[in-house]
Design a protein around this ligand. Sequence first.
Ligand code: ASP
Length: 316
Amino acid sequence: MEGPLVEPSIIVHGGAGTIPLSQNAEYARGTALAAARGLEVLRQGGSALLAAVTAVVCLEDDPTFNAATGSALTSDGLPQCDAFVMLDDLNAGGVAGVYGVKNPVLLARAVLERSPHVLLCGPGAELFADEQGLERCAPAAQVVPRRLEVWQRLRQLDQQFQGDPEMEDPEGLEGYELEELRGTVGALTLDQRGNMAVASSTGGIMLKLPGRVGDTPLPGAGSYCGPGGAVTCTGHGEAAMRVCLAKYCHDLLEAGRPVLEAAQQAVAYCERRTFGRVGLIAMDRDGRRAYATCTKAIAVGLPGQTLEPLRGSGLF
Ligand code: ASP
């Protein structure tokens, strides 16, 4: 019988920002669990896509993270979600600006597998979710008390946060941290057949205008998977979009740069060009994994390791 050709690999992230110290343990536990679930799929011979989606569903269902249940709220006070998946054969599926889809990443996978398109948005995407028999919920069911509290506080302050990169520590939000205002979850996988995938999901940025779409569902901006490897980003989406951050990092990998160097260079380029605060995780074709961030911290998850939110950059 043919044995596994490749040692599988996975890395997940749970968002970047100034993760509140009080929540370090929740972020560490949630990301480690998601990575373990994804690895289980890979060990059983499951596809890179199934493993990445399994990990992201786990993070979407965990109210700690800003994706699906636990999403940031629009200026209207509703969770409006974006999600994306991509394979290294360049097949991709994304959804933007959807309300009341329990697991937007499953809808993104359905776009990839069961539609001729790459990106569906708004009511059309929600209709597609119904046609595909995906679970729907009331948007209010995805609102968690912690996010609502921040939203109410911001409304009282009459602040329009909307992801301003200068607002690393917004005035009047002492006691709340940036991670409460934005965040994304993502997973990168390499399966036993040597195929790679990325999956990602987000509620976007707190107080975003209804209809705002971030980097997450846009191929090349929030995520990319291709011949060089896989990358997924978090942080200030407007900055990531402007430099096509994920594709920038991927292309460094494709040009043969070591994964840590590619991650560091991509984040540094984005910061230099846009002043945006971003972070990312990256994986090369051999399953080597790296993270880099110019935010205060990034929540990274590996199977069997409980990592408190990390600073700077690192290689696994
Ligand atoms: N990149 C996400 C967005 O702009 C938010 C985040 O990852 O912090 O929608």
